[in-house]
Design a protein around this ligand. Sequence first.
Ligand code: NAD
Ligand code: UDP
Length: 346
Amino acid sequence: MAVLVTGGAGYIGSHTVVELILAGYDVVIVDNLSNSSRESIERIKTITGKTPEFYHADILDRKALREIFAKTEISCCIHFAGLKAVGESVEKPWEYYHNNILGTLTLVDEMRRHGVKNLIFSSSATVYGDQETMPLTEASPLGTCSNPYGFTKAMQEQILRDIQTADREWNVTLLRYFNPIGAHPSGLIGEDPRGIPNNLLPYITQVAVGRLPHLGLFGDDYDTPDGTCIRDYIHVVDLAIGHLMALRRIEEQTEQSALQSAPQLGVYNLGTGNGYSVLEVIAGFTKATGIEIPWVLKPRRSGDLAVSYANADKAWTELGWEATYDIHQMCAHAWNWQSKNPNGYE
Ligand code: NAD
Ligand code: UDP
């Protein structure tokens, strides 16, 4: 039996595929390469010594999905495939709703047709919206998202919850990621955004490598100790291992499901529980690498929240997972990847 990983050529997907292979799983990837490179599959092979089966296909393409399900016995699907750029989603809402919502609906439909009812989904802390109380727990209320990308995550969560409620054979795990950064310690795979990066760490590493002149710091007048926004940055390898732990829980549940009828919906925050401000991340990067990052103050970015960090106790209690890397290791690994691959996978 194999694990189907949609979006497995992408940033988080490729790191998860590595951990799955190292843990002994057979992996099948489906990715349309709209935001990734085939080279990441080669790099996975270099790290693990194994080549995952790769289908260059779109999850909206039923025929392609049917062929995959017909050819391979799939036990579980880890669903990363989706568009994820917040700003772009404001400009192209149709494309975001179409790709993310219809993609998930199509995937889930083909899964159930083939009797595959185990799903781990890439959700995001964005579903909490703007909350007063920190840290965020899974019991925190869901908020209003500030952009179409965020709404696609909230809607996909709702769709998957409803499907699991209607058919208790489904095991659905919603993993709410905080801010994934860093790269595999080998420096062979990492984050390779197309065009100007939207996110903080890839922007910093591209300044460090000389591709961009300086960082724009979006606002220093927030209600935080140094006035810059606070986020819960998590190492992408820790995040990847979170998926492995979620998969193991689903496997245990599948074995026990004949014995019990507990609802098999799991919702977990994947974060470190520590918040760092933008200025602290810049200083942390310099401490880890010795490289100064020039920055200029810019106006606040619309939709940014002042503070967001996780309580990840539930993932520890129920999945036995916790983050292990600190912010300096995250920065060092991000730089190791960028300096070895100044132009990403190109
Ligand atoms: P990514 O863009 O690197 O990976 C997504 C992959 O999905 C890409 O390889 C892309 O080519 C593929 N894809 C997109 N639409 C597809 C389709 N219709 N059919 C087949 N493949 C398709 O992004 P990532 O950072 O690895 O994120 C993975 C998932 O995690 C996404 O769902 C994202 O929304 C979610 N997430 C990411 C973050 C983050 O900060 N990176 C935070 C929270 C949640
Ligand atoms: N940020 C910044 N300059 C950039 C990119 C991001 O100052 O070029 C800030 C942003 O305002 C936020 C933090 O860095 O406070 C993290 O932003 P990112 O886009 O990485 O994550 P998200 O906003 O999704 O939490």
